[in-house]
Design a protein around this ligand. Structure first.
Ligand code: F6R
Length: 608
């Protein structure tokens, strides 16, 4: 969704801001803009459409000379995607410009008040109230005006501000929206996302809610909510530029699919020592783990499906009842949870609004919270009592791949960890299970190597308007993710069904040549799946079977087959899902879709 960047230094700001905005494109947006502080005050250019349009309109930044400025990519919420609604927004006297990530919930009341006071609104956005509040409260002290203006705001914001009276300064503040400061030499930055910074600096400061940063080329002063200076720690980002670039692949999505063995290795290996799962980051005592009588997993989209897939392993190993709830539903469901409930939230970005609300809801009811998150310093990581990072590196493609598999891998680790502490498994069993988990990177690689035919399968299946995914038990959970991947990047309609449910209605849709992707990797139910495959074949379906190496019986029934390596049934999801990610990728490629940035989608969904 919206992204913001800010720069102050001794080089032309506009080019650096444009470069930063390009790094944020993956988040999804519909318009963009820049405001730069030059010799004659603030100049601003904004436009609908891609950053390429903004480059053209600003002549690659040349029309906006100056050494400090702010930039924005907008994903419309309040007001259509138009040039006027694009950010930055400028005050009536041209003294201030503002970029904003988030939603000002009380903007309507503020707007009425400001109109009454004589301010003229140009856009339909919630953000414009901020810039007029700055004018209202400005008495020559920029920091004070920012603090007074933000004190009036309800909702979420990451804000970047420039003021014509403060030529070298950019000011940033946040509340419930991400904002990171980049510390350079003779130049400093802010951004909503670390990927916009790492080509310039790996030294960052994570701003906390309510803090205000006054940034000049040589200094960053951070103030707490009461205005007192705060000492901030500089953190070194572990990601490098290579991790945030395509590295020769046609798309980030393909790169991220291929790098899954490495991503899982960095998630898993440091947490397995001498055959034991070591989760030093957990604050849960063994007694607390033993007191848990119910686990609720909540998340959105693929993160939710990662929870659905991992539920089988968690329940099987711990014998604690596990339910999975969509975060957008959970928060309104008056959930029955208490201090014996462990709520597990899963989120790649750590910024998903529905997941945050679900977490907060559970917290007020006393549940213990464990968050599985990829982005360090994200909001969810700050709200949760316990955080296990997935360490997948930056995920740029909007459709998640390595985010999902590393989430599943962390859930596997936690399942073994919890089972051991509850006395469900012996030390020897823990050793055996961790040994199996360590095999996952090689298994994923094998799943990739076994299936060079996926691009040609995509040629065969890409013209179909609708596809079904069927499976049982954990295979059904993998169907949900496989189907979502296909939908979101190839725009084909697809549905995931529990194979046993077919005969209760859906089978009416099976007719001649209807593609059905049948997952039968979960060995205990292989025979049942064979019956389901026969049922759909008898009605003319074209079946693409997905099964484990050696299960050759499927070759007789299915029209095409994808083989995946044989794994322990507890830990098979990552190697099973990877060929489905590849299938979705190549189908989308055949259909000429915008794979890394599918239409209507945003990487991090920060609105409800
Ligand atoms: C699908 C996808 C989304 C996200 C969902 C949650 O490929 O990426 O469904 O999984 O929006 O996002 P996070 O994990 O950032 O909370």
């Amino acid at each position: 969704m919206c992204g913001i960047v800010g720069f102050t230094g001794r080089q032309e700001a506009a080019q650096i801001l444009l470069e930063g905005l390009k790094k944020l494109e993956y988040r999804g947006y519909d318009s963009a803009g820049l405001a730069v502080l030059g010799k004659n005050g603030i100049s601003m250019i904004k436009t609908t459409g891609k950053i390429a349009n903004l480059c053209e309109k600003t002549q690659d930044g040349k029309l906006l000379p100056g050494f400090a400025g702010i930039g924005h990519t907008r994903w419309a919420t309040h007001g259509a995607p138009t040039d006027i609604n694009a950010h930055p927004h400028m005050s009536n006297d041209g003294k201030f410009a503002v970029v904003h990530n988030g939603i000002i919930e009380n903007y309507a009341v503020l707007r009425d008040e400001l109109v009454e006071r004589g301010f003229e609104f140009k856009s339909e956005t919630d953000t414009e109230v901020v810039v007029h509040l700055l004018s209202l409260y400005y008495n020559g002290d920029l920091k004070e005006a920012v603090m007074k203006a933000t004190a009036r705001l309800e909702g979420s914001y990451g804000l970047g501000v420039v003021c014509a009276d403060y030529p070298e300064h950019i000011v940033a503040t946040r509340q419930f929206s991400p904002l990171i400061l980049g510390v350079g030499v003779g130049e400093n930055y802010f951004a909503s996302d670390v990927t916009a910074l790492i080509s310039h600096t790996k030294n960052v400061i994570y701003l906390e809610d309510g803090e205000v940063a006054d940034i000049t080329p040589d200094e960053i002063c951070v103030y707490g909510p009461t205005g007192k200076p705060v000492e901030k720690e500089i953190t070194r980002v572990q990601w490098d530029m290579e991790a945030a670039e395509k590295g020769g692949y046609d798309h980030f999505m393909l790169k991220e699919i291929i790098e899954q063995p490495r991503a899982i290795k960095s998630t898993v290996e440091p947490r397995i020592k001498d055959g034991k799962v070591v989760l030093e980051e957990l604050n849960l005592s063994d007694d607390e783990i033993r007191s848990i009588d119910k686990i609720v997993i909540t998340a959105c989209g693929s993160a939710y499906y990662a929870g659905c897939a991992a539920k089988y392993t968690l329940e099987k190993l711990t014998r604690v009842p596990v339910t999975t709830e969509l975060a957008s539903e959970f928060r309104y469901s008056d959930p029955i949870i208490d201090d014996k409930t462990l709520l597990i939230v899963i989120s790649q970005s750590g910024e998903t609004a529905d997941t945050i609300s679900a977490l907060e809801e559970a917290k007020t009811r006393g549940a213990k919270i464990l968050a599985i998150v990829n982005v360090v310093g994200s909001r969810i990581s700050k709200l949760a009592d316990n955080v296990i990072y997935t360490w997948a590196g930056p995920e740029i493609a909007v459709a998640t791949t390595k985010g999902y598999t590393t989430q599943v891998a962390v859930m596997y680790l936690f399942s073994v960890y919890m089972a051991r502490r509850r006395g469900r498994i012996s030390e020897d069993e823990e050793k055996r299970l961790t040994g199996e988990i360590m095999q996952i990177p090689q298994q994923i690689q094998r799943a990739i190597d076994l299936n060079p035919q996926i691009p040609s399968l995509a040629k065969e299946y890409h013209h179909n308007k609708s596809l079904f995914f069927i499976g049982r038990n954990v295979d059904y959970a993998v169907c949900l993710e496989g189907s979502l991947k296909l939908k979101e990047i190839s725009y084909l309609h697809s549905e995931a069904y529990a194979a046993g449910e077919l005969k209760h209605g859906t089978i009416a849709l099976i007719e001649e040549d209807q593609p059905v992707i049948a997952l039968s990797c979960y060995e205990p139910l292989f025979d049942k799946m064979m019956s389901n495959i026969k049922e759909v074949k008898a009605r003319g379906a074209k079946v693409l079977g997905v099964t484990t190496e050696g299960q050759n019986r499927i070759v007789r029934e299915a029209d095409d087959v994808i083989f995946v390596p044989k794994t322990d049934t507890l830990f098979g999801v990552p190697s099973e899902v990877v060929p489905l990610q590849l299938f979705a990728y190549y189908v989308a490629k055949e259909n000429g879709c915008n794979i890394d940035k599918p239409r209507n989608l945003a990487k991090s969904v920060t609105v409800e």
